[in-house]
Design a protein around this ligand. Sequence first.
Ligand SMILES: Nc1ncnc2c1ncn2[C@@H]1O[C@H](COP(=O)(O)OP(=O)(O)OP(=O)(O)O)[C@@H](O)[C@H]1O
Ligand SMILES: Cc1cn([C@H]2C[C@H](O)[C@@H](COP(=O)(O)O)O2)c(=O)[nH]c1=O
Length: 189
Amino acid sequence: MYVVIEGIDTAGKSTQLELLKEKLPHAIFTKEPGGTSLGLKLRTMALNGEAKSKIAEMFLFMADRAEHIEEVIKKYKNNTIISDRSMISGIAYASALNIDQLIELNLIATNNTLPSHVILLELTPNELKFRLSQKENDSIELRGIDYLINIQNRMKETIKRLNINHIIIDASLKIEEIEKEIEDFINAE
Ligand SMILES: Nc1ncnc2c1ncn2[C@@H]1O[C@H](COP(=O)(O)OP(=O)(O)OP(=O)(O)O)[C@@H](O)[C@H]1O
Ligand SMILES: Cc1cn([C@H]2C[C@H](O)[C@@H](COP(=O)(O)O)O2)c(=O)[nH]c1=O
């Protein structure tokens, strides 16, 4: 089982992942970007805003993804893997290209490996605004509310196009309510 938790910045992914770690002590927990040693270097480069070209930035994330698929997802394919982000973020955030081109490129990076379960935590613009105001923002978060809500719409569109088994959860629900929805979804099959 290859489960991914998706959502724009501050959607509550880390909060839910911590709860899952307690419930699934034998699962492999991983993340994009930065789930491998090469990935950690690529993550720093990508998030520091070093790349002036949007395409260069996209390829930094894509290089991270290719290494992550090879070194984590394929290696542990017989285990339950839970990943913080995936190619869905890759496609949604790389808004310099269209979704069809991005799907094609990402399927090359992932060697056609798709998640078996996608959990998307969906934020309202007001809740996003509040949560961003409560933290120091990185270079991507500084792009603002409209930018991030557009990315969230692209995430939904990507999931639809890839036709992946998924659930969309209202990220403004109580933490325990979200936890229960995630548990039911993972245990459903
Ligand atoms: N259901 C919830 N209701 C209210 N606040 C929440 C909820 N879930 C998480 N939060 C709060 O929202 C903030 C962002 O949560 P979290 O770090 O889990 O998000 P994230 O998706 O991992 O963010 P990022 O992608 O930026 O790392 C934290 O302050 C967290 O306590
Ligand atoms: C995979 C991926 C991520 N991003 C962005 C999304 C976030 O702003 C950061 C990652 O930070 P997190 O705290 O680990 O969630 O990177 C992106 O722009 N492109 C991608 O492919």
